[in-house]
Write a protein that binds this ligand. Sequence first.
Ligand code: NAD
Length: 487
Amino acid sequence: MSGEAAVKTYPILIGEQRLTQTAGGAIDVRSPIDGNLAGRVPRCGVDEVNQAVEAAHEAFGKWSIMPANERARLLYKAAAAVRANIEPMARLLTVEMGKPLADSRKEIADGATTLEYFAVEGTRLGGEIAPYGAPHATGLVIKEPLGVCAAIAPWNYPVSLVGWKIAPALAAGCTVVVKPSTETPLAALEFLRVLLDSGLPAGVINAVTGRGAEVGDPLVEHPLVRKVSFTGTTKVGQALLAKAAPGLKKVTLELGGHSPLLVFADADFAKAVAAGVKRSFRNAGQICNAVNRIFVEKSIYERYLAAFVDKAKAMTLGDPLANPDIDNGPMLNARGVAKAKEHVADAVAKGARLLCGGATAVGPEYKSDLYFLPTVLADCTLAMKVMVEETFGPVVGIAPFEDLPDALRLANSTEFGLVSYAYTGSLATTKALAGGIQSGTVCINNIVGSTLEAPYSGWKASGGLGFELSRHALDEHLRVKHVRIEV
Ligand code: NAD
């Protein structure tokens, strides 16, 4: 207990202040690796939210009119500070979240890359000349930053996804108030602190921590907040949209997913197996665009299952800090493990074949009950939870399909539409999939579910409102003004 009392409290960021104490007390953050206390964060409420929004509003005055190349210079400098501090932040991320240290290092570096990308994009913003056809009048269509933006992030990529939100906002001239996830706030707070310490003006970035609704509601409802960017579950996203409605705020929603992978008999078989295993189990399956269900053309179904299971069984599982390059560490928490077990039990009860996994790993090297084995279920049907609900764990359901129309029907059979994957050697099939799949992103012969240079936005219950990434994300933080001038 005395060791736990000495654990660090990570400060929230409000204007120039770094606060470790609030009236609401503190929230413990425990490591899924071994259950030990990883750190604490202040439990904020409406007072801290109001202060943070006011600080962001004050900073907006100068930041919004700063020349874009000057903002870009500061954002580049901030990215360099992140690169110089990757290791301590990556270790913190692995401790609080459980992903392999190599993946955490990449995630922090990606945060820097995102800032650099948007720093440059921000300097390319232009407007239009309205083509009136009236020689005495000139029409300018200009874009101006919206104001204070609220950024609410989930726990699975707590630094990357904060980066996706703040980089376009800052590059567009907006200021931000970030609410990191309650489960994994530590590395995100440190990331934001490093950015501010690199020389960004105080108040441009603010961060408040606390329980979802206690912080999220006053943040979304604050009249000075003009835009809300949320990534998380569909249920919370729907609730936030309703809360933002009375203030007529711009809202970006990136919500849950249930990604299909279609494997055709003419595909590069080895690549389709390796990609399927990687995308199903990376980050212990705790990815919005993880492969949740695989449909394989009937003629290669059993061969695919056998090769897939061989690869899944060969995956390494263990302490993600001690073994930086291990395939997987623990899942985040007992709730996630319980859901994974529930989906396995439901599928087996309804006739699925459990080919591997289905339980947590046991042994002295596993210091918590959260190390879930890569799990493969065969002969799945749409009546099974695993085929329609997001498991958010290392569990994948597999089923055969008859032909292209059947594959499309199955791919489009859930309420989600975030990312879909397919492997095929046919140009005609590729064209049919590109047009027929109902999701914001379609990957053919690759599993690159998101990339900085292209817009990311789910369809259906995966979001459908606004974009992240690419220059489209900048537009989400701008409003358009038409100026008509007659002389
Ligand atoms: P979550 O919805 O529980 O929480 C997300 C954030 O919202 C957290 O910061 C949380 O504290 C906050 N929150 C919770 N309740 C709130 C409320 N009532 N008001 C305001 N804020 C509230 O999601 P999670 O469990 O952190 O993340 C997992 C989910 O995120 C999965 O569904 C996953 O698919 C999704 N996700 C989507 C994307 C994407 O880009 N589409 C990316 C990553 C994760």
